[in-house]
Ligand binder design. Sequence first.
Ligand code: BT5
Length: 262
Amino acid sequence: MHLPASFALVPGLRLSASSPSTNAELADLAREQGLPDFTVLVTDDQTAGRGRLDRTWIAPPGSALAVSVLLVPASDAGPLPLERFGWLPVAAGVAMIEALSAVLPAASLGFKWPNDVLAGGRKVCGVLAELIPGRGAVVVGAGVNLAMTREQLPVASATSVAIEGGRADPDTVLAGYLEWLRGLVARYLEAGGDAEASGLAQRARALCATLGREVRVELPGGTVIEGTATALDADARLLVRSEDGVEHAVAAGDVTHARLAG
Ligand code: BT5
């Protein structure tokens, strides 16, 4: 892969011909070597990609980018408190949407809370944030389908930049993503982990296709909540108001959007 703009932004970028999982590989390196903040590992051939909750992320070689970024979030006030880490994968989703808007119509892009970037209502990118316990660090991984053809789609709910009619250029998307992610996270930390003050919350709300929708949320334990997604709270949790008027704050779960009427 030829990635001049990405290397110009992140000179230490680690480009791998192949990796089982860029998240797993970067987390191992960080544990062994204590890598600096914003170390980036990229490949276009990920052979054992991970999704959330032991699910798999599948992309044939050359059809998609797998990019993982090590974040060690801290400001003058000290390390970012763990409960504020929830905004980091949201920042990754926002950054990917901003990057993809260089190659696809911005109006077709949005994200399904917490981690699916959608193009034309289908999943073009998934984000997986994995904490490195005891280090105050997190690996934020994103898989984005670029040149993937219809025949290569792993599931019917997926799409790619090429299928949506966009220019599937890895360097444009990667450099845009890294630049946006670095900027969004820096502003978030400068604001002391206050997503409203940094502007991240407003941007996320504007791009979140989940807010205002009727949703079904399956929590990791299997409990299901149905209701209206009303807001993102100060820790990036999704607030869902069920029919009985109770507001539930959801930190992790699988969201299904009900179809819009009409
Ligand atoms: C995710 O999980 O969407 C997170 C995916 C994160 C992948 C990146 S790639 C770089 C880094 N290294 C890793 O090992 N992982 C990260 P989840 O919400 O659990 O969604 C997983 C589900 O998405 C699967 O069960 C499939 O239904 C679907 N899926 C799998 N591959 C896909 C693809 N290429 N495009 C769209 N959907 C896919």
